[in-house]
Design a protein around this ligand. Structure first.
Ligand code: PHE
Length: 361
């Protein structure tokens, strides 16, 4: 190769290597091997050379032209690749949705059972009623036919609220049961009525199955001809739905509550095998709560004509039902706010209990 072809070679190979884009590369091509390009002009000048000079310069220029053309083509391809990559990067679009994170919180078994029972009773035509947790002694006791001297009052381990000095009115109490909601609902709605009242109640008591705060669900159904038979059927329906079995036999045990007459403890037929509870079979009975026909005095206290209306009431322990259904041994742990316990016994927040989807899935 001659000196001048060598110079041309390194000049164009460097320019080609450093060129910025395809337009500039095209300019370079014209400048080097276009009709009037530097290398083309050199080749045209071969005619003016002596045959000896031409024999050296000719092949050298041809080889140079081929090499520059090859470099131009290679560079053109690589510029096109880079341009495509840049375009793809600029036009990139994330069409995926962000993944749904697993919720870290869980639903407390009490809330779960509360919702389950609400769904069951809603299906039977009961609506949800509420009352205050700080209650007057009228609603918690007197209106429910438990006057001041009544022994049942003492049995309830009541928490009394303090009154201001010199205020001699009877103290308010933390309600000891959900039964005062019977009175409040009757005052508001009158008869006929069909309500449940799930809520917190308070008694001064603490052991493996008692905590000072716990939960009850009250039921009340009044109409012109409601009987104990309706009560029993309602409880059978509730028990079968709640324990997710076909049938549960209900047994009434004679009992006494000041606000019902007659009164009955509610038992569900069950079996305990290897510490496992099964409802609706076996020879054992599970105590579930109290019930009875609403006492006429209670109806009158709530402004309901007891010669026209009658019906049943019941009270069930929500926490106890949760312990039994989900095999939770110690009630006290319910209210320890221990996250490990919550993860173990808690429920997925997005699964709402309902009768068609399955209560406890
Ligand atoms: N209130 C009663 C209790 O807490 C339960 C009950 C409710 C009994 C309604 C009869 C009727 O023990």
């Amino acid at each position: 190769m001659t000196d001048s072809t060598n110079d041309l070679r390194s000049k164009y190979l460097t320019l080609i290597k450093d060129v910025a884009d395809e337009a500039a590369l095209e300019d370079l091509r014209v400048q080097a091997v276009g009709k009037k390009g530097e290398i083309s002009l050199q080749m045209r000048s071969l005619g003016k050379m002596t045959p000896e000079e031409r024999q050296v310069a000719g092949p050298a220029l041809n080889a140079l032209k081929d090499e520059v053309n090859a470099a131009l083509n290679a560079r053109k391809a690589s510029l096109a690749d880079t341009a495509l990559e840049e375009r793809l990067a600029a036009e990139w679009l994330d069409v995926t949705l962000p993944g749904r994170g697993r919720p870290t919180g869980t639903i407390h078994p009490v809330s779960q059972v509360w919702e389950e029972l609400t769904a069951i009773f809603a299906n039977l035509g009961f609506s949800v009623a509420e009352g205050p947790q700080i209650e007057s002694d009228w609603y918690n006791f007197d209106a429910l036919n438990m006057p001041g001297h009544h022994s049942a009052r003492a049995e309830m381990d009541t928490f009394y609220m303090a009154r201001a000095d010199g205020d001699n009115r009877p103290p308010h109490v933390l309600r000891t049961h959900t039964s005062p909601v019977q009175i409040r609902s009757l005052e508001q709605q009158g008869a006929p009525i069909r309500i449940i009242a799930p809520g917190r109640v308070y008694r001064s008591d603490y052991d493996q199955t008692h905590t000072p705060m716990f939960h009850q669900i009250e039921g009340l159904a009044l109409d012109r001809d409601i009987s104990m038979a309706h009560l029993k059927w309602t409880l059978e329906q509730m028990a079968a739905a709640f324990f997710e079995v076909d049938e549960v036999e209900v047994r009434f045990r004679a009992s006494h509550f000041p606000f019902t007459e007659p009164s009955a403890e509610i038992d569900f037929r069950c079996s305990w095998v290897d510490g496992q509870l099964k409802l609706g079979e076996g020879d054992d009975w599970l105590e579930a709560g109290g019930s009875g026909m609403v006492h006429p005095k209670v109806l009158e206290n709530a402004g309901v004509d007891s010669t026209q209306w009658q019906g049943f009431a019941f009270g069930l322990g929500i926490d106890r039902l949760a312990m039994l259904k989900y095999g939770i041994p110690d009630l006290r742990a319910f209210f320890d706010s221990d996250l490990r316990w919550m993860r173990h016994y808690g429920f997925t927040p997005l699964d709402q209990p309902n009768l068609h989807g399955g209560l406890s899935r």
